[in-house]
Ligand binder design. Structure first.
Ligand code: ZN
Length: 58
């Protein structure tokens, strides 16, 4: 899907996709990216999506 992290598509997400990033602990960031860490999938922000899974402490 194109641009599924922008615009009206965000309205269907809880809190419009916003929340606290479990990796960088910033609040009010959009958590749009699913990454795999220790057999579970977590939502992280744009900045953290490229963080290697080994560096994640979640
Ligand atoms: Zn983050």
């Amino acid at each position: 899907m194109a641009k599924n992290h922008r615009g009206k598509g965000l309205n269907s997400l809880p809190l419009h996709g916003r929340g606290e990033c479990p990796v960088c602990k910033r609040t009010g960031v959009k958590l749009l990216y699913d990454i795999k860490a220790a057999d579970k999938t977590v939502k992280v922000c744009k900045v953290c999506k490229s963080t290697p899974a080994e560096k994640l402490s979640v």
